[in-house]
Design a protein around this ligand. Structure first.
Ligand code: CTP
Length: 233
């Protein structure tokens, strides 16, 4: 049986009257944590604010939102089904379990690498020696879903966190991963975007690159949710 909260969320979405009523949308958000040993992990600076705002905006417009989130700083929104994960591998499995969907938005800052063999016991200091970590590549969730031959969501939206040549890199990323839109942003430290309250994005689609003015993450979310509504109409 589905979790009671999931049932309530589905009923809530079904009874909602917004323009996304009847649409099921998967949103990934937050960082992932990749364990080194039981007490240590590798992470990144994502707060989960942008993904959370997008999930909230989509739910407000009446969508049934499955919100797959890594360990974020901000609490998940109301009126969505929350699936909490830690690692990239778990995030992939949760996303695959949430499909089929009409659209999917991949706002999570997924760790590209995990420690190849995380230790089951705490790594201790040894005299004169330093631990050497070997890495393995994580699955690319956005690319996996974008390239599904059957059951691909009708609209797949990725993000591109870049520090250099933002539009050029994001355009190449869109082609490489096979998603429909890329929301590109400059996450250089001086922009204050990663972990901050504002975002400055370029929306890249078949129609080209569209610069949005700098605005709050919540306004970016509202505007993106409106565009998704138009695309799914
Ligand atoms: N992404 C994903 N799974 C991964 C890595 C990234 O689903 N293992 C998704 C992110 O959620 C985002 C998009 O891919 O929507 C781009 O993420 P980004 O970190 O900008 O790019 P990378 O794929 O990590 O490429 P690079 O590090 O070379 O910039």
């Amino acid at each position: 049986m589905a979790e009671p909260l999931e049932i309530v969320t589905a009923i809530d979405a079904a009874l909602s009257d917004g323009p996304l009523k009847g649409k099921r949308i998967v949103v990934t958000s937050g960082p992932t944590h990749e364990p080194i040993d039981p007490v240590r992990y590798i992470a990144n600076r994502s707060s989960g604010a942008q993904g959370t705002a997008i999930a909230r905006a989509l739910a407000t417009l009446g969508a049934e939102v499955i919100f797959v989130t890594g360990p974020a700083d901000v609490p998940p929104p109301e009126r969505v089904t929350v699936v909490k994960v830690e690692t990239a591998q778990q995030m992939l499995e949760a996303v695959q379990g949430a499909l089929p969907a009409d659209a999917a938005v991949f706002a999570a800052a997924v760790a590209d690498w995990r420690v190849a063999s995380a230790s089951n016991s705490k790594i201790k200091k040894t005299k004169g020696g330093l631990p050497v970590l070997e890495f393995a590549e994580n699955p690319d969730i956005l690319a996996t879903v974008s390239q599904m031959e059957q059951g691909r969501p009708g609209l797949v939206v990725g993000f591109a966190a870049e520090t250099d040549d933002v539009v050029e890199n994001a355009t190449a990323k869109r082609a490489r991963k096979g998603c429909d839109w890329i929301v590109a942003n400059d996450v250089s430290h001086e922009t204050g975007i990663m972990g901050g309250a504002e975002n400055d994005i370029t929306l890249i689609s078949d129609a080209g690159a569209e610069d949005w003015p700098r605005m709050s993450k919540s306004d970016v979310a509202t505007r993106l949710a409106e565009r998704i509504t138009q695309a799914l109409a």
